[in-house]
Design a protein around this ligand. Structure first.
Ligand SMILES: Cc1cc2nc3c(=O)[nH]c(=O)nc-3n(C[C@H](O)[C@H](O)[C@H](O)COP(=O)(O)OP(=O)(O)OC[C@H]3O[C@@H](n4cnc5c(N)ncnc54)[C@H](O)[C@@H]3O)c2cc1C
Length: 499
């Protein structure tokens, strides 16, 4: 595996970092500024632990004013900074910069407003995802986006990654649930994006910031939408002989106009791992299982349940089990939610891949992954959000075997190529970060990447906000965009003119 070890700051940058540290020490409590090397090392990675870089400084502001002052000092001294929430990201997005400041939001954890009357909550960036639901539940509401890491990941991280989860099939990703945010620009100003009005004129700058992985600036106080708790929830576990059958049942359900809250699929290898770890009672001998959850008004759920049962049976389901009570429902979900960690039971090492494809391409892509696995000898377990085509292939290997890591990396990259070839994308929800920047040119043309860079430069002209992430080359804002000179292809095709 690749380990990124960067040298520490040079003398010139060390002076800038010391200047930022001075500002931070003046404004923040003493224990909110870390410059001791041994302690800095504890921040060297996020959830993708094979990239490690020790930051030059860690600051933990307690409010937006402190955070903005630190960013302003960074801008003044051209010191790079990286925002970090809980550090659970799986693409190295919150990997520190060796010559920069890691701005950690874990001390900004207040839910400042809970407004069931207009279904809104206002939360600090470090607030844990599940804590929003915990606070909203007594009022009859919850926060719908539910990454599997929801017990620990932060709302700021969710916004930066546009995170999704099992229930985003019906309710949409983070972007559908964030209506406003205070935003610290890369020169340290605080601006309000979006807001309480249903629509604001002008460009959707909040939309640009959601999913920008900390490369445009830092999100602080965030207004999120709350969703009414459903009257009824039904969870069904369905066993099939093959993933093709499970995929066909998924398509049949959705093309009939039923949008379950979640449809999750696991293949035989993933089932084996989950069973070994959690004894979740998944159907014996299944080549695939679906976990289908229906929610809403009782009458609607009742009617949808009958249809779902029928579609599963018609597509070869050999066992269907409706959860009888909350404990049974939790056990069904335990198998699915523990799948990543459970794979550790059947393989010493594994890569969690994340790609997305149109749902209709599922059977074809799954067969191609199986062929790839057979021809390379690298085992792949599939766990995924079947409803929205978001794949999480787990590529298994043993790092103690020479060349095994490289072979796994190759298969993992080839899976992303399959996603692109089938009209999908290199990430469904984990982001590009450090890890997938190299794949961006496989998906986008030079012109596409230049256009994105121009947006980035408009927000961050000094290139100090999480530099080195998302884009494959460290292009600077002063460079003329476009490696291809001359007319734009649309001009050549007679479809556009430049005035
Ligand atoms: C076991 C496990 C399961 C997971 N399951 C899912 C899943 O189901 N769905 C999913 O989408 N993800 C999942 N993830 C990935 C991860 O939890 C999400 O990406 C999450 O949103 C990251 O939140 P965080 O607070 O940990 O962010 P971090 O890892 O700290 O940061 C992630 C990115 O956001 C940026 N950032 C953080 N805070 C801010 C801020 N305030 N302003 C601007 N930028 C900021 C960082 O610079 C970085 O680029 C999983 C991770 C693990 C370890």
């Amino acid at each position: 595996m690749t380990t990124t070890k960067e040298p520490g700051p040079t003398a010139a940058t060390a002076a800038g970092i010391e200047a930022v540290a001075e500002v931070a020490r003046r404004l923040l409590p003493a224990d909110g500024v870390i410059s001791d090397h041994a302690r800095l090392r504890t921040y060297e990675c996020d959830g993708l632990a094979h990239y490690r870089v020790t930051p030059a400084l860690v600051v933990m502001p307690e409010d937006t004013a402190q955070l903005a002052a630190v960013v302003r000092a960074c801008a003044e001294h051209r010191v790079p900074y990286v925002a970090r929430g809980s550090g659970t990201g799986l693409s190295g997005g919150a990997l520190p910069h060796a010559e920069g400041v890691l701005v950690v939001t874990s001390r900004m954890r207040s839910i400042t407003q809970m407004r069931p009357e207009d279904q809104r909550a206002v939360v600090d960036p470090g607030v844990i995802n599940l804590d929003v639901t915990r606070a909203a539940t007594p009022h009859g509401y919850y926060y719908a986006p539910d990454p599997s890491s929801q017990q620990i990941c932060s709302i700021g991280g969710n916004v930066a990654e546009n995170s999704g989860g099992a229930h985003c099939l019906k309710y949409g990703f983070t972007t559908n649930h964030v209506v406003g945010a205070d935003f610290v620009t890369s020169d340290g100003d605080v601006v309000a994006l979006g807001g309480d009005a249903p629509d604001t004129p002008g460009y959707d700058l909040l939309g640009a910031v959601v999913g920008s992985e900390g490369t445009l600036g830092v999100v602080t106080s965030t207004t999120v939408r709350l969703t009414r708790l459903p009257e009824e929830v039904r969870t069904i576990l369905v066993g099939f002989a093959t993933t093709d059958q499970a995929g066909a049942a998924t398509s049949a359900i959705i093309s009939a106009g039923i949008v379950p809250a979640a449809i999750e699929m696991m293949d035989a290898l993933a089932i084996e791992a989950a069973e070994a770890a959690t004894h979740c009672g998944y159907p014996e001998g299944a080549g695939a299982v679906l976990v289908i959850e229906l929610d809403g008004a009782s009458g609607e759920v009742e009617a949808e349940y009958a249809e779902v049962e029928r579609f599963c049976a018609e597509n070869g389901a050999f066992e269907q089990r409706l959860a009888t009570d909350p404990t049974d429902r939790a056990l069904i979900w335990k198998g699915r939610k523990s799948a990543f960690a459970a794979v550790g039971r059947i393989s010493p090492d594994y890569i969690v891949q994340d790609g997305v494809i149109p749902r209709t391409a599922l059977p074809e892509v799954l067969s191609a992954i199986a062929e790839l696995s057979a021809s390379s000898g690298v085992r792949v377990a599939n766990v995924f959000h079947a409803g929205d085509g978001n794949l999480h292939p787990l590529v298994l290997f043993d790092d103690a075997v020479e060349g095994a890591g490289e072979a796994a990396e190759e298969v993992s990259g080839a899976i992303l190529d399959l996603c692109i070839q089938h009209g999908g994308s290199i990430t469904g929800e984990h982001g590009v970060g450090m890890d997938k920047a190299k794949y961006m040119p496989r998906m986008y043309t030079d012109e596409d990447l230049d256009t994105m860079q121009m947006v980035r430069c408009a927000f961050d002209p000094q290139n100090i906000s999480n530099p080195g992430k998302v884009f494959p080359t460290p292009r600077l804002c002063g460079e003329v965009p476009g490696r291809h000179k001359g007319a734009h292809p649309l001009q050549d095709a007679g479809l556009a003119e430049v005035f």
